[in-house]
Design a protein around this ligand. Structure first.
Ligand SMILES: [Zn+2]
Length: 147
């Protein structure tokens, strides 16, 4: 009985190790952080309502996405809706595309309670050429100008 328990345990450890290796390999091969590797630079346009805390450009096997986090700057009592507007410029400054998110609801800010951040993602139609710039800004909730 003790022996079968041990076998069960080692089996569990083994499958856990295999899973960990698969996850590591998956990250290494399937996803590239273009911004962290210096291929694409990101600039955020300051807003008086919402901060863009962090953003990066990820390329996976089937898509390119700008990921980031929003935090609201002002203390108000209701959730705030904005859309995130991305402008992708190639190294010559020509606008490649200008996608934006649907409305993102940024949670209200309270001391010590609940998360105050909201993540967003902007899918890109094409992989930005090396040396591109991505400008991110937030606009009031409304239909995105380009859709
Ligand atoms: Zn906009």
């Amino acid at each position: 009985m003790a022996r079968s328990h041990m076998r069960h345990l080692s089996h569990a450890i083994l499958s856990g190790a295999i899973l960990a290796v698969m996850v590591l390999l998956g990250c290494a091969t399937a996803r590239t952080d273009l911004s962290c590797e210096g291929l694409v630079s990101i600039e955020t346009v300051p807003s008086d309502k919402v901060d863009i805390l962090s953003a990066c450009v990820w390329q996976t096997e089937d898509e390119v996405v700008v990921y980031g986090t929003l935090r609201r700057r002002v203390y108000t009592t209701h959730p705030m809706a904005v859309h995130v507007h991305a402008v992708v410029q190639d190294p010559d400054g020509t606008v490649v595309e200008e996608p934006c998110t649907p409305n993102v609801y940024v949670p209200q800010r309270r001391h010590g309670r609940q998360t105050r951040w909201q993540r967003f993602r902007v899918p890109l139609a094409v992989v930005p050429p090396q040396g591109s710039r991505v400008l991110l800004s937030t606009h009031n909730a409304s239909q995105c100008e380009n859709q």
